[in-house]
Design a protein around this ligand. Structure first.
Ligand code: ZN
Length: 144
């Protein structure tokens, strides 16, 4: 199902996030400050500790998993779109520990950056929003 077709302009932001920043809050702030309301986010780096979640489909709530140790960010993939007229970053993250074991989940506030490099590709200024989907209990993209 295609919800919307974008005519991509050449706006790509490439940057680094400072040590000690909260990853999801900082990505959201970057989108707000640069007026990016629809976009694609990618990044790699390392975190000092991390808070991720798994969505329990039966109970329609996130199970939070706090990992209190340094982890490599093997891959962060996410997007930004409008929720209640503000940019909302939705990101999933794959992490590796010192043994090479891999963890992952939905990125929550409470994840501290050691080092992080990102790309944000703006998809323009069209209105592409999230709305509560009663069937899943999640704020999902809606057709405009
Ligand atoms: Zn998610």
């Amino acid at each position: 199902m295609i919800l919307k077709r974008f005519d991509i302009k050449d706006e790509v932001i490439v940057g680094r996030i400072k040590k000690g920043s909260d990853l999801i809050l900082e990505l959201t702030k970057i989108c707000e400050e640069n007026n990016i309301i629809n976009g694609i986010i990618e990044g790699i780096g390392a975190l000092e500790y991390v808070t991720i979640g798994y969505y329990d489909q039966k109970n329609k709530e996130y199970i939070i998993n706090k990992i209190d140790k340094p982890m490599e960010v093997l891959c962060l993939k996410g997007n930004v779109s409008l929720k209640a007229d503000k940019p909302m970053v939705h990101a999933h993250i794959v992490l590796g520990d010192k043994k090479g074991e891999v963890f992952g989940g939905h990125l929550f506030e409470g994840s501290s950056v050691f080092a992080f490099e990102y790309y944000i590709i703006s998809l323009g200024k069209g209105f592409f929003r999230r709305k509560l989907d009663p069937e899943t209990g999640l704020y999902l993209w809606i057709d405009q």
